[in-house]
Ligand binder design. Structure first.
Ligand code: TH1
Length: 800
């Protein structure tokens, strides 16, 4: 293939184009332009640079009939786009110079972009990193999701308690999307099913239009760009004028009301199934629109014979949320294209794959057959056929199946319909085999594979940590950005004092910047030389923010006992949202804020201990906090965190981890070396055994002086009225399902080892270098290569 010579625009070109867009797209002269106007002009200028490879790649895939990957996900937690696009296009220096010419403040411009928060946490952010890596590797791919008008809610604290406010990123023009009015599909719900001449026809009782909104996703060096296609709901044209004229306005507006609610808001539950009818409709809306689009494109390119579908199409289901894809694809093949059930089943099975992201029972989706039959009557019939076929073909009637106790088990459905099923870390995949899918794994031994998660180094290192990126470039060259294994070249520098000084200075620069932000936003005066100890993630009992805050209280008490002791100064940083209905998680937020209020104003301990809990943790905040962290808290109850991806970002940015043997922590520890990782706590196996012991909580608390003190201080009302956290205290004493008490002393002791280690600055920095140098495995490029080889059987486009 002819190499594509792309001339990068100069700073002057960029500034000319920005002024052009400011005038001709924004309709504003420079003298009246706001930050917003400038940001849009700059975004259009950068977008122009992406559109060229995007269209070229599109043609290549089509003309050469390349196999494509389709990633179906209810969540894409994208964050801001502009800064990442500039980096990926390799235009950062030119853009800096262009902004100098125009006398604009880059941080103010980038900071003006709202986060696209179309996801809850790790699962949605993983989908976004995967889209970037697919483009970086030049794999033809589409991401399919929902264009939620309101992303994840905004979090405020009032009296220390979480208050939710709607998020409205689409209240202002979004410069990155292209509306495709011509790609619109009708999506039906409810109604009845009829058989005419042996052919089944579903007559939906209501319907909406799914309209495509495309965002280009550009990869490293701008060589390839894929499409994130988000579906927005539009009312069908069935507006009932007759009804309206006869005065029945409510009834006439129904199609509009359904359309408005479908893509209105993201469900704010992370790792919990809400079981609501609207959620099932959203899942079907995404899936049905995506499948119609995939089949249309396939038939355009390869004709009407759909038996070849698996050769050109690999579909990945991001958890069970789009698992209705199995029945829907069979329905399309049978009812719309005339295939028989066995053939349709075979085609669908060869095309679909399923990623499991959690073992938590509350996250495993199940729908009552009643609801499924009402919303998707034809699909319930097909699910019954799949279930019956599976029971017969595996000769295990009544053993393992999709339908159980009048419920449709979506995990079982996804598993049975998938060619490959994958877990997201080595430990998690083992547990998938031995627990949730124990029976199915015995029947289909080859189906389950592991693909350990990863994160995009362009966003999570080069973009978010300029001081470190610059040091890496100067030390090992720039190739690490597209080939993260090259970080290995740093290892010899771990003993080089000059390099260690430079690394220390880079980290300190990030800590100073963060301190300035904390002062401005929270009025907190942080000492940049204190140990920055960070736990940022969704608030959930299994993630054990409670363990962290109880340890903080116990430490505070110990410092009080000997205020002239030689304590290591620490800033404890928390960040994260609780699902609005998750009362226990919300009372942990309340507790952390109350403890922070008390400890931060204590003059006796002020030098040694501070707590910061900035509200509204999101992707953009992660980009500031992670590069400034010394210590990464990954302290979930072993066996509960499927993988974690924040843990990888911290390691890459030179934080050391204090953590349990859970999820990808296991692999992080093996790779960076056990001597460079602070391990504590029960293993998954030990934890399961401990939980089974009656009275384990009380027994563990009785044994731990430090835990008792912490609980007692709370109960005494030292941080606020004890009644506020009664449910948390009661659960800890009497149930403690996530073993905070059993792991408390081990955690406390491990933290004291952290204190000691941090005082030896040289050695700490040496360990940080080794963490960075050995983190290359956690690039999502490596993960995507794994999916390509083991699951999708696709190649990059020729020449990439
Ligand atoms: C998360 C897992 O909890 C986390 O361990 C993992 O790193 C991440 O997925 C990516 O693999 C999950 N998020 C959700 C969200 C919902 C349902 C299940 C999960 S599992 C809504």
């Amino acid at each position: 293939m002819r190499p594509i010579v792309t001339q990068l625009p100069s700073a002057q070109d960029l500034s000319d184009q920005i002024l052009h867009h400011l005038t001709h797209t924004q309709g504003r002269g420079p003298e009246f332009a706001t930050i917003f106007d400038w940001r849009l002009a700059i975004s259009y200028t950068i977008r122009d640079q992406i559109v060229t490879p995007w269209m070229r790649n599109h043609r290549t895939s089509r003309n050469q009939g390349l196999k494509r990957v389709y990633y179906l996900s209810m969540e894409f937690l994208i964050g801001r786009i502009l800064g990442d696009a500039i980096i990926n296009l390799g235009l950062d220096q030119q853009m800096d110079a262009a902004l100098d010419i125009l006398d604009l403040d880059k941080q103010a411009i980038l900071g003006d972009e709202p986060d696209a928060a179309l996801g809850n946490g790790g699962l949605g952010r993983l989908a976004a990193c995967f889209m970037e890596s697919l483009s970086t590797l030049g794999v033809p791919a589409y991401g399919y999701g929902i264009r939620y008008e309101h992303g994840l809610f905004r979090q405020r604290f009032e009296g220390g308690q979480q208050v939710e406010a709607p998020e409205d990123w689409l209240n202002q023009p979004h410069p990155w999307e292209f509306v495709r009015v011509d790609y619109s599909y009708e999506i039906g719900f409810k109604g009845h099913v009829e058989t005419v001449d042996g052919r089944t026809v579903w007559h939906p009782g209501e319907s909406v239009i799914a309209r495509a909104y495309d965002t280009p996703v550009v990869g490293w060096k701008g060589r390839w760009a894929n499409t994130l296609r988000l579906w927005g709901a539009q009312p069908t044209n069935l507006f009932d004028l007759h009804r309206f004229n006869s005065g029945d306005h409510a009834e006439a507006a129904k199609p509009e009301a359904l359309a408005r609610t479908l893509s209105r808001v993201l469900y704010p539950d992370d790792t919990t199934d809400s079981g609501k009818e609207l959620r099932l409709k959203q899942e079907y809306f995404l899936t049905a629109a995506a499948l119609q689009d995939i089949l249309r494109r396939y038939m355009d390119e390869h004709g009407d014979d759909l038996t070849g579908l698996p050769d050109k199409v690999a579909i990945q289901l991001n958890d069970t949320h789009p698992a209705i894809a199995g029945p829907e694809l069979i329905r399309l093949l049978m009812d719309e294209h005339g295939y028989g059930f066995p053939e349709a089943l075979q085609i669908a099975r060869a095309t679909l794959n399923y990623t499991n992201h959690t073992l938590l029972p509350e996250a495993l989706e199940r729908w009552s057959t009643w609801l499924m039959g009402r919303v998707l009557p034809r699909h319930l019939q097909i699910i019954e056929m799949i279930d019956a076929e599976h029971r017969t073909s595996t000769r295990r009637p009544g053993h393992v199946g999709i339908l159980k106790d009048d419920q449709v088990l979506m995990g079982e459905l996804a598993f049975i319909m998938a060619n490959k099923v994958n877990g997201v870390s080595a430990l998690h995949t083992d547990l998938v085999r031995s627990t949730v899918f124990y029976d199915l794994n015995k029947l289909h031994g080859e189906k389950i594979v592991n693909e350990t998660n990863g994160v995009a180094p362009r966003r999570w290192l080069r973009m978010s940590n300029p001081p470190l990126a610059k040091l890496l470039d100067a030390t090992i060259g720039t190739e690490w950005t597209g080939d993260l294994d090259q970080l290995r070249l740093l290892e010899p520098h771990a003993t080089d004092p000059a390099f260690l000084d430079a690394l220390h200075a880079a980290k300190r620069q990030n800590k100073v910047a963060l301190s300035q932000g904390l002062l401005a936003d929270l009025g907190l005066k942080a000492d940049p030389d204190a140990l920055f100890d960070v736990q940022v993630k969704r608030m959930h009992e299994y993630k054990r923010q409670l363990l962290n805050i109880l340890e903080t209280i116990a430490l505070w008490h110990r410092i009080h006992e000997s205020p002239n002791g030689d304590w290591t100064p620490r800033l404890k940083i928390f960040g994260g949202k609780a699902a609005p209905g998750y009362w226990l998680a919300k009372s942990v937020i309340h507790l952390i804020n109350d403890v922070a209020a008390t400890i931060n104003k204590d003059p006796v301990t002020a030098k040694y201990l501070q707590i910061a809990y900035p509200p509204n943790y999101n992707v953009s905040m992660a980009e500031k906090l992670i590069p400034a962290a010394d210590l990464s808290e990954q302290i979930s109850t072993a066996g509960k965190e499927a993988s974690g991806t924040g843990n990888m970002k911290f390691t890459m940015n030179g934080a050391l981890t204090i953590g349990t043997l859970d999820g990808a922590n296991v692999e992080i520890r093996e790779l960076v070396g056990p001597e460079n990782f602070f391990l504590f706590g029960l293993t998954a196996e030990e934890a399961a055994a401990e939980k089974a012991k009656p009275g384990h909580a009380r027994a563990a608390i009785e044994k731990s002086e430090n835990m008792k003190i912490a609980l007692q201080l709370i109960a005494e009302g030292r941080f606020g009225r004890a009644e506020s956290y009664f449910s948390v205290l009661d659960r800890t004493w009497n149930d403690d399902p996530f073993l905070v008490a059993s792991d408390f002393d081990a955690y406390f002791d491990s933290q004291r080892q952290v204190d000691a280690a941090y005082r030896d600055t040289r050695d700490w920095d040496r360990m940080a270098v080794l963490n960075i140098a050995r983190s290359g495995y956690f690039s999502s490029d490596r993960t995507i290569r794994g999916y390509m080889a083991d699951i999708w059987h696709v190649e990059p486009a020729p020449g990439l």
